[in-house]
Design a binder for this molecule. Structure first.
Ligand code: SAM
Length: 168
């Protein structure tokens, strides 16, 4: 995404990279029953340290003040993110908890006309459940479009907004 902004010569937008940089959290089945038994938190290849991620941006000359890193568990960091409006949300947190936390705290900042991409909708049933619960709770009826066998996206329209602000 940072590379795309560079290619287009955009110097005004910021890419936020929110991650624990230590992998997924262990499931919390009491709060999120859909995550019960999930073992993704044990997978070392999903725990990429911040320095390694920064080094990868650096390799392509893309590490600058248009990239901001938000380090920590979504439940702790996302409620306090000091960002303006988003044009695009790209969610790839796998768990019900991670997906619902991201939607809950970031979707209200998504511009009308902005897009949400959910990587794991088809691959992880808990992720799909979080998306469906969120959309249904907020009366979001914007068409869910498939990307491939797992990814989906939708474009935020005005629909659902009124309901949203009542929840804010
Ligand atoms: C499947 S990996 C995807 C990483 C990256 N989007 C990619 O495609 O390479 C899931 C990422 O989400 C992060 N993650 C998942 N749930 C999280 C949470 N609740 N808080 C912080 N980070 C989380 C993990 O640390 C991991 O880096």
């Amino acid at each position: 995404m940072r590379g795309v902004l560079k290619v287009y010569g955009d110097t005004t937008r910021t890419v936020w990279v929110a991650d624990s940089f230590q992998g997924l959290p262990p499931p919390d089945p009491e709060c999120y029953p859909a995550d019960k038994g999930d073992r993704l938190w044990t997978l070392v290849p999903l725990a990429i340290p911040l320095d390694e991620v920064k080094a990868n941006f650096e390799k392509y000359n893309l590490l600058d003040d248009q990239v901001r890193f938000l380090v920590g568990w979504f439940r702790d960091t996302l409620p306090h993110i000091e960002a303006g409006r988003f044009a695009l949300l790209r969610l790839d947190g796998d768990l019900y908890e991670s997906t619902i936390d991201a939607l809950k705290h970031l979707y209200p900042k998504l511009s009308i006309g902005g897009y949400v991409i959910i990587d794991d909708y088809g691959a992880v049933s808990a992720c799909k459940a979080a998306v469906e619960d969120f959309r249904s709770e907020h009366n979001i009826t914007d068409k869910l479009e498939p990307i491939d066998w797992t990814g989906v996206f939708w474009q935020r329209s005005c629909r659902g907004d009124e309901n949203f602000s009542r929840h804010e």
